[in-house]
Design a protein around this ligand. Structure first.
Ligand SMILES: Nc1ncnc2c1ncn2[C@@H]1O[C@H](COP(=O)(O)OP(=O)(O)O)[C@@H](O)[C@H]1O
Ligand SMILES: [Mg+2]
Length: 512
């Protein structure tokens, strides 16, 4: 029997009622690049976090080089030669790249300059060997994201890892950097290392891996040899074959055109073209879903519509008037509300309590302040009422919102965004990371908005959610809408193929 460098058997991990990893079997070989593919929320990070000791499995066993391993902490994992490069880097910003890499070595800061010089050389040599260039003596905050990632990779190599896990490593990189990263992975592979990369991007998987394991909804679906599969097959495995879920009958409510976007061209950070001739329409009383694999322009679309990002060309018309410039204030005043992707980064102020967070966007209005002074007592009772109505569980109104659970933070954010009856709600992955109960609550709120005549643009990677809520589903791919399906016709498989950039069913087998 072949001996794998990594073998995970029957791994179970629960978070409350969510089974993030349901009896997962996974194995990888030394000298291979193994991609772990799946939609957002499939359980990829969770499974790899158990291999790297960040989480402990509830059930199951892990073998490293054929030997049963007890991995209780990242330190245990490191001792077994397992290193992980996380999606959110764990570098100390004020220390240099080299200091970050040697951090944790015995009394590393009390050594003399000779020692430091030797370490720099050692790190540079390691970087050179694996094609990972970065300035070793610069503080990390001065490095680009791509460079920081290289520091993280060298850190794992420096610590002697021969099983290297990279969690969604390409999501922060430019296309050129992605190419470079793949070259590095190949050098690692040639050096006999086990390389495991999680991702939800099929093209990258096809371009870089030897084998592919596909996860869906906490389950391991299958493992394939990359050369023997194609994007079409992968798309099907990722989204599943169940044909559309049943939805309750509902009344057609759509009214006037509310938002009309034509031919939008938008550049992202790094000067990459993020939206390329995108057009769409949202009417009042309608939920328009935008399906797509992350990184196809969703983020930039939401940013433009909420005034956070400017556009190069194309037209935006809202509520009958053309929108001329990007302005957050302008968007708020026009009645556009925003539930952003990262609620703690751009939605809520973690250290402030519920009242302040609820007032964030409306403190200037006469209802909440007079002559520049906030009406404290009134605002408190107003907040109390919202917290109650939206069922936000918080010990006190003043409790810093970073102490609330993800579901309660999201409810608070919705309470704020809905409290002034928006004309249009732009919601980005509004239920990501929420448990079943909180998810149902958010869905209800979106349906209530629809019923009250608001338009909703729902950007989500969760196909079930989109199928359940949307009146129409648009598929975004490479910065434009490449397909549309109304809710009667909505078909999981069709949408899944469009998400992979495959337009027609007839192309089966010849998909590239
Ligand atoms: N720390 C956590 N607490 C609660 N739920 C979590 C946690 N981490 C992940 N989950 C849930 O577990 C599921 C799998 O998540 P994850 O492993 O991050 O998926 P992926 O990496 O494939 O996107 C999701 O439903 C997610 O919401
Ligand atoms: Mg993940």
């Amino acid at each position: 029997m072949q001996q794998y460098s990594v073998e995970m058997r029957g791994i179970v991990k629960r978070f409350g009622s969510v089974v993030a990893s349901d009896q997962v079997d996974f194995s990888a070989n030394a000298g291979e690049i193994h991609a772990l593919l799946g939609e957002n929320g499939a359980g990829k990070s969770t499974v790899m976090s158990m291999l790297s000791g960040v989480y402990r499995a509830d059930e199951g066993e892990i073998l490293i080089h054929g030997v049963p391993a007890k991995i209780r902490s990242p330190k245990d994992a490191a001792q077994l030669g397992v290193g992980m490069v996380f999606q959110n880097f764990r570098l100390v910003q004020s220390l240099t790249a080299a200091e970050n890499i040697v951090l944790g070595e015995k009394s590393s800061f009390w050594r003399g300059s000779k020692w430091i010089k030797r370490k720099h050389e050692e790190i540079e040599a390691l970087g050179e060997r694996f094609g990972l260039k970065f300035p070793v003596d610069r503080p990390v905050w001065q490095l680009s994201v791509g460079e920081q990632q290289r520091v993280e990779i060298v850190k794992t190599l420096y610590r002697g890892a021969d099983i290297i896990i990279l969690d969604e490593p390409t999501s922060v990189l430019t296309p050129g950097e992605v190419e470079q990263l793949f070259e590095t992975l190949h050098v690692m592979k040639a050096a006999g290392k086990t390389v495991i990369m999680t991702t939800h991007k099929m093209k990258e998987v096809m371009a870089s891996s030897d084998r592919i394991s596909v996860m869906r909804k906490g389950r391991m679906i299958t493992t394939l040899v990359t050369k023997e599969t194609n994007e079409l097959e992968l798309a099907r495995l990722m989204v599943g074959k169940e044909v559309s879920i049943t939805r309750q009958e509902r009344e057609e409510l759509a009214g006037e055109d509310l938002l009309v976007v034509s031919n939008l061209e938008v550049y992202a950070d790094h000067g990459r073209k993020a939206l390329d001739g995108l057009s769409l329409k949202v009417r009042s009383g309608e939920i328009v879903g935008v399906a797509g694999v992350a990184g196809n322009g969703q983020k930039e679309l939401a940013e433009v519509l909420t005034g956070l990002r400017t556009w190069r060309s194309g037209e935006i018309e809202f509520d009958g008037s053309p929108v001329k410039t990007a302005s957050v204030r302008g968007a708020i005043d026009a009645g556009i509300s925003h539930v952003p992707e990262n609620r703690m980064k751009s939605g809520l102020a973690g250290r402030l309590g519920s009242v302040d967070n609820l007032l964030f966007k409306s403190y200037r209005s006469n209802e909440h302040s007079r002559f520049g002074f906030l009406k404290a007592a009134k605002n408190r009772s107003w907040s109390q009422e919202l917290v109650h109505r939206f069922n936000v569980k918080t010990p006190e109104l003043e409790t810093p919102v970073q102490q609330l659970s993800g579901g309660n933070q999201q409810k608070l954010l919705f309470a704020r965004e809905v409290s002034h009856q928006p004309k249009l709600m732009v919601a980005v992955h509004p239920t990501q990371g929420l448990d079943v109960g909180a998810t149902a609550g958010v869905h209800e709120l979106l349906m209530e908005l629809r019923a009250s005549g608001s338009g909703v643009l729902l950007i989500s990677e969760d196909l079930d959610e989109l199928l359940q809520l949307s009146d129409r589903i648009l598929v975004i791919y490479n910065g434009s809408i490449i397909g549309e399906s109304d809710h009667e016709q909505a078909d999981r498989e069709q949408i899944g193929l469009l998400m992979a950039g495959i337009r027609e069913r007839e192309k089966e087998g010849s998909a590239v």
